[in-house]
Structure formats: structure tokens, C-alpha cells
Design a protein around this ligand. Structure first.
Ligand code: AMP
Length: 274
């Protein structure tokens, strides 16, 4: 609070920890946005309400000691690591009953595959905004739909926060960095860049064509590519308007693409502009 009284700008980077260079890029972006007098807060919280009972909440990778070390290296001014008792009056508590839901952008893609997910995200982000009172918050383009939903929530509920979306940071072979990459076995890892290859394949196809391409044709191409990566199982691939998230049937340059692929217990997502 004293930071606010001192007139310092505050930047928030919400994460679930197990930090990697993608998270680091968000901290750097937050630092730039708040200026040299500003302060950057990184939150680390594996938020139970965004996992369904069948998902990987208990298995989600955690390494708080290393995360705190990385936050120091990244130059975060404060790390906020709330417990479930603070956020939800305890796990599975009957003393918690208020949620924030976005009702339009969250219906497709991740929202369709993971029905409770975005309600958990909007609720925890709203709570973090109320606790930290940031001027800006930085999210990754890696979770494109999530960023769009958070922006919508901020606009709809008049949160005085500027949302910044930072580009996806990738491994050398194109795999988007993710805490969940830790689940990949040595056999799965080389095949996991099929998400990035799919985006590039769709992008090249669209850019080589003079006319719009039916989504069904691009989907077939991607399904064929998946066959040469047999450890992966396609959950969905969608094409959509990058702002409204409205699903597109005819794909042209500038349309956005997102996909989710299972590798055994790892469920990976990626997206990109075509
Ligand atoms: P997570 O810890 O996975 O919940 O992610 C926390 C924030 O980091 C979210 O805003 C993500 O979109 C962002 N993020 C995760 N992976 C990447 C990446 N590879 N590049 C950029 N941002 C990322």
C-alpha cells in the first residue's frame, strides 16, 4: 500500500509458478511498463478453481524455492504466494461462494474442453487485482483466449488496470515454453513441436493462397501432420478472429489459430496469427 501512497506505479504478473523464460519476459515487460520508480509484483498460485476434478491440480509442477530464486534474478520487487486459506477460505471450503464469469468469449476452445477453467481464471485474476491493486498487469499471448477474456473482464467490470499481452517465448524447435512441458517424456519431447509446426503449416498455406481457405481443409492438413507425430492426440484446432474470438469458417491472412494436443498426461496449447 505504501508504494501506492508514494505514487509508484505497480505492475502485476500472475503465474502458477514453475517459472521459465516465458514468465521472465512478462516480468521484464512489467518492469518496462511501470518505469524505474515502479514496482513489479509476481504472484505464484496454483489456483484450484481453474482445474476440474479430473485435471492435474495435484500433479502440477511446483518448485517454490527455485521460483523465488528466479524472481530475484528477474528483478521482481515482491513475490505474492497466497495459500488457499487466504484465497478461498480453505480448499473445498463451504465459506467461499463468489465467482466472476465471462459469458461469451469463454464458450469455445479452452472453455469448451475445460468447462470450469475460465470461471476459475477470471475469479482468481479479479481477486489478485483487488489484493495487489496494480496499475498494469501482464499476460502471455501463449494463452490467447485467457488474455482476451481478462481484457473483457477488465472492461466490463471497470477494473482500473491496463492489460498488456506479451509475445510467446519458444524453445529452439518452436515448442512454446510451458510449465507443463515438464510432463513430457524423452520420447514425447521431440514430437511436441507439432503444435508449432501446425501453426506454421496453416500460416504457409494461407499465405500461399490468393483466396480464403475453408477451415475444414486446414484441419485435414493438420490432422495429417499429427499422424507423423503419433504420441500426440489432437484435442481441438480452431480458427477465429483475434479480437472477438468468433470462429472463422473461411481462413485468410490475419485469422488466428489455436490448438490443444495431449501427450499422455500433458495437455499442451499454442496459437498464432496466420
Ligand atoms: P502460467 O504460470 O502457465 O499460468 O502462466 C502465467 C502467465 O505466463 C500467463 O499469462 C501465460 O500466458 C504466460 N506464459 C506462459 N507461458 C508463456 C510463454 N511461453 N511465453 C509468454 N508467456 C507465457
Amino acid at each position: 500500500m505504501s508504494w501506492r501512497r508514494e505514487g509508484r506505479r505497480i505492475g502485476l504478473v500472475p503465474t502458477m509458478g514453475y517459472l521459465h523464460d516465458g514468465h521472465l519476459s512478462l516480468v521484464r515487460r512489467a518492469r518496462k511498463a511501470v518505469g524505474s520508480d515502479g514496482r513489479v509484483v509476481v504472484s505464484i498460485y496454483v489456483n484450484p478453481t481453474q482445474f476440474s476434478p479430473t485435471e492435474d491440480l495435484s500433479a502440477y509442477p511446483r518448485d517454490l524455492k527455485n521460483d523465488l530464486k528466479r524472481c530475484r534474478e528477474y528483478g521482481a520487487d515482491q513475490v505474492f504466494v497466497p495459500r488457499d486459506e487466504v484465497m478461498y477460505a480453505g480448499r473445498e471450503s463451504s465459506c467461499y461462494s463468489t465467482f466472476v464469469t465471462e459469458e461469451q468469449l469463454g464458450r469455445s476452445m479452452e472453455g469448451k474442453s475445460r468447462p470450469v477453467h475460465f470461471r476459475g481464471v477470471t475469479t482468481v485474476v479479479a481477486k489478485l487485482f483487488n489484493i495487489v491493486l496494480p496499475d498494469i498487469a501482464v499476460f502471455g499471448a501463449k494463452d490467447w483466449q485467457q488474455a482476451a477474456i481478462v481484457k473483457r473482464m477488465v472492461k466490463d467490470l471497470n477494473f482500473p488496470v491496463r492489460v498488456i499481452v506479451n509475445p510467446t517465448v519458444r524453445e529452439k524447435d518452436g515448442l512454446a515454453m510451458s510449465s507443463r512441458n515438464a510432463y513430457l517424456s524423452a520420447e514425447e519431447r521431440p514430437q511436441a513441436n507439432v503444435l508449432w509446426k501446425s501453426i506454421k503449416l496453416a500460416r504457409e498455406t494461407v499465405r500461399d493462397s490468393e483466396t480464403a481457405i475453408p477451415a475444414s481443409r486446414l484441419k485435414r492438413k493438420i490432422e495429417a501432420l499429427m499422424k507423423s507425430h503419433p504420441l500426440g492426440r489432437l484435442d481441438y484446432v480452431e480458427f477465429f478472429d483475434p479480437e472477438t474470438l468468433e470462429i472463422s469458417r473461411q481462413i485468410k491472412r490475419g485469422t488466428h489459430m489455436a490448438l490443444a494436443v495431449f501427450f499422455n498426461k500433458a495437455r499442451l496449447i499454442d496459437n498464432g496469427r496466420l
